[in-house]
Structure formats: structure tokens, C-alpha cells
Design a binder for this molecule. Structure first.
Ligand SMILES: *Cc1c(COP(=O)(O)O)cnc(C)c1O
Length: 421
């Protein structure tokens, strides 16, 4: 559920009509709903009620500080994957004690930064990383709380580019070697084992892979405890999918996911952490684009938008589907025709969708891409010298630009032409 609905035939974000935002900030732009962000976070909290837990929003899905603040003010923790994300979370007011640091390539510099600033835990992904973290912690006179990310060799049955829990993926330590690596961690100075971490992929539309991975994690918990390790937290990762296509069957709900977690971990006496990104931010955002041209080709018609693959790369990168709807509601029963919906970038891959049935549209009309709040703005670039598009946050009848569109001068003046050229 989200808060983007037609009212009197005009698509609104909460109580704000989208044409009003377009008139003020220009197109294309991203718009996020505070009420939807809040609702999704709250669904997870309610789903885990009764278990000690921390919901750590995976901020790589949408890391605007205003979005983070909405969640942080509700008590959310953050899952960060770089020193930059850590600093951004702190700048948005998240205490270090609520931040977990994931990722396979943490540098010594990033470890230093986060250890000095305060951190809840490092989710460590390899033996070399354990050794470096140990050295950094000792050099700072600190103790680094750690979990080790195990790779349970479970097929997440999602798009290959976002599956992370099979043995051939680069993530985590093979679960079969976990005891050995925990023993190493226990020997190294400056480290304190606090739990286990597992994350098998993103956009999972079925609970079975989670169940398989979590059962293995529970078994490992018992083994590691028997070996004398203090396993008090289980970080169960993120990855619950969202319905990108309204017409399709829906993925499991957070309540069902929460019930699974409670059933599997309920008698372990552990604190559970989860790291949802997409399910919190995905359906909390739209990308709104303007129609530049309707082009009639040979046997194929095109809608050419002012938004492109540099603004929303998911269709080009993951063959992702986004529902695309006109901001002005079409008359009921109006005849639809198939169009390829494309951007202006000079690549054939700059195609959002092919042969999508759309109502009649004219140049200047506005179109909204649904489910664009996650892995949208954060993955955008200035390819083709197209300025990053603005982000707008709505709350009730308020809206504010939370990242402005840079000017062409901003972009051009970042280049430095050496004086000796
Ligand atoms: C990407 C990622 C997440 C979030 O995944 P979603 O599918 O957005 O929920 C959580 N944890 C880790 C370690 C990740 O890499």
C-alpha cells in the first residue's frame, strides 16, 4: 500500500497534487511519501513485536538524509555499506549504536572512521577483513563488535544480479567453514563476537529461501554456542520483495515474514536484526517524467520522455518492471495502444519498457513510474551530462525539495582543465 492515489482525476502524493510539484521543480523528479515510509517501517516493527529486535533500514536503497531522518525518528537503525553512508546516517542524526556496517570491501580507513565514531557492529565477510579489523581496533585501543556473514548456499530465486546467498557469490563465508572462522575471530585481539549475519539477496518473492537460510543460521547458532561463542544477535539481512506489478500476485507481507522469523528463532533467546531496504523505500517513491515527443515509427510507436536510464537504471540493469501511469487519470474505458517508452540517452538500452499499453497521451503530459523509491535516485548518474534529478519529500500537504537539481554550471565547473594543456 502507498499514498499515491488519484483524487478528482489527478495523481497526488499524500495531499499534494503532482502537477503542482512539477510546475515548481520541473521534470523529471523523484517524490517520496513520508506516510508510506512510516507505514512500511511500522509494519516490520509490528511483525517482530515480542522479539527483541532492531530494524536496520538498508540505506543503500535510498540514502537521502530526509528519508533517513523520517525512519531514524521512529527509532530505526541503519545498515550501511560504506564510510560515506555511515557519515550520512550520522549527519541525519542516527546514533552510532544503531548502525551496522555491511559489505565485503571495508577499508582500514572506513573501519577507523566508524570505530571512532561509534558503531553497533561490523558484519565481517572474510578472514582478511577480520585480521585488518583486529589490527585497526587494537591500534585505536578499541574493541570492534562483530558478526560474521555466513553464506548458506541457498538459491534466493531472484534476479542473478541481486542474488547473494549461493556459494558462487562473492558474499560471506561458506557456512561449512563458519566454526573455523569464528574460532579465528575469538583468537584475534580487539574483536568481540556478538552474533551471526546472513543476507541471501534482494527482491525475494517467496519465503522458502528465507526459511532455508534461517534454519541453517539457527543450527549454526547452537553449534557456535556449544563452541563457547557469545551469539546474542542474529542479523537476518534484508531482501523481502515488493509488488512491482499491481496485476501480479503479491510477495509475502512483512507480517508473514515476521511470523516466520518468530517461529524459527523464537526459543533461541537472541536479539533479531533485519535490514530491509526496498520494502521500506520502494513503494514510497515515484519518478515523475514529462513526455517530450510521441514518435510514430515503422510498426512501432514511441513515447520519448525527459527521464532516462541515468535517472532510473533498474529497467536497463535488471530488466525491471515499473508500472507507468499518467498523472492525469485516463477516462474509464478509453482505448489503449502499445508504445515503447524510452528516454533520450543515446543507447538502445535506454528503454523503460516495450509495447506497454497506454491511453492516448500528448507532448507535455506527465507520467509517473511507480515503485521507484528504492534503487532509483541512489543509482542515478549524470551520463550524457544530464543533471541528477531533484528529490522531493511530501508529508500531508507539505512538500520540500530534499535534493535540488544541479545547474549545468555546477556540473561543468567540476571538471578541471590543467593549465599546461
Ligand atoms: C542490499 C542489502 C540489503 C537490503 O536489501 P533489500 O532488498 O533492499 O531489502 C540488506 N542487507 C545487505 C547486506 C544488503 O547488501
Amino acid at each position: 500500500m502507498d499514498h499515491f492515489l488519484y483524487r478528482d482525476g489527478i495523481l497526488h502524493a499524500e495531499d499534494v497534487p503532482l502537477p503542482g510539484i512539477a510546475a515548481e521543480v520541473g521534470t523529471p523528479f523523484y517524490v517520496y511519501s513520508t506516510a508510506t515510509l512510516t507505514r512500511h517501517y511500522t509494519l516490520f516493527k509490528e511483525a517482530l513485536e515480542g522479539l527483541p529486535n532492531l530494524v536496520c533500514y538498508a540505506m543503500k536503497s535510498n540514502s537521502n538524509q530526509a528519508v533517513i531522518k523520517v525512519l531514524a525518528d521512529l527509532g530505526a537503525g541503519m545498515d550501511v555499506v560504506s564510510g560515506g553512508e555511515y557519515l550520512r546516517a550520522r549527519a541525519a542524526g542516527v546514533p552510532g549504536a544503531r548502525i551496522v556496517f555491511s559489505g565485503i570491501g571495508k577499508t582500514a580507513e572506513e573501519m577507523r572512521l566508524t570505530l571512532e565514531g561509534g558503531i553497533r557492529q561490523f558484519n565481517v565477510e572474510s578472514e582478511p577483513e577480520l585480521e585488518v579489523l583486529s589490527q585497526v581496533a587494537v591500534s585505536l585501543g578499541k574493541t570492534a563488535p562483530i558478526t560474521i556473514r555466513v553464506n548458506p548456499d541457498v538459491d534466493a530465486r531472484t534476479h542473478a544480479k541481486i542474488a547473494t546467498g549461493k556459494s558462487e557469490n562473492k558474499f560471506g563465508i561458506p557456512i561449512a567453514r563458519a566454526r573455523e572462522v569464528y574460532a579465528l575471530a575469538a583468537r584475534l585481539p580487539g574483536l568481540q563476537i556478538v552474533g551471526i549475519d546472513v543476507h541471501i539477496g534482494s527482491q525475494l518473492t517467496d519465503l522458502a529461501p528465507f526459511e532455508a537460510a534461517y534454519l541453517k543460521t539457527v543450527e549454526l547458532t547452537r553449534m557456535l554456542r556449544a563452541d563457547g561463542h557469545d551469539i546474542r544477535r542474529l542479523d537476518l539481512g534484508g531482501g523481502l520483495g515488493i509488488p512491482y506489478e499491481r496485476s501480479n500476485t503479491a510477495p509475502p507481507l512483512p507480517t508473514e515474514y515476521g511470523a516466520l522469523i518468530k517461529r524459527i528463532t523464537g526459543d533461541l533467546d537472541v536479539e533479531v536484526e533485519i535490514e530491509p531496504g526496498r520494502l521500506i523505500s520502494g513503494n514510497a517513491g515515484l519518478m515523475v517524467a514529462g513526455l517530450i515527443y510521441v514518435k510514430h515509427g515503422e510498426g512501432r510507436d514511441f513515447l520519448i520522455l525527459d527521464a532516462a536510464m541515468n535517472d532510473l537504471i533498474r529497467p536497463a540493469m535488471y530488466d525491471a518492471h515499473h508500472d507507468i501511469i499518467p498523472v492525469i487519470e485516463p477516462e474509464p474505458g478509453v482505448e489503449q495502444a502499445p508504445y515503447d517508452i524510452v528516454g533520450p540517452v543515446c543507447e538502445s538500452g535506454d528503454t523503460f519498457t516495450k509495447q506497454r499499453h497506454m491511453p492516448p497521451l500528448d507532448a507535455g503530459d506527465l507520467l509517473a513510474f511507480r515503485s521507484a523509491g528504492a534503487y532509483g535516485a541512489v543509482m542515478s548518474s549524470e551520463y550524457n551530462t544530464r543533471p541528477l534529478i531533484p528529490e522531493v519529500l511530501v508529508k500531508g500537504d507539505h512538500f520540500a525539495v530534499i535534493r535540488p537539481r544541479p545547474t549545468f554550471d555546477d556540473i561543468i565547473n567540476r571538471d578541471i582543465v590543467p593549465e599546461w594543456l
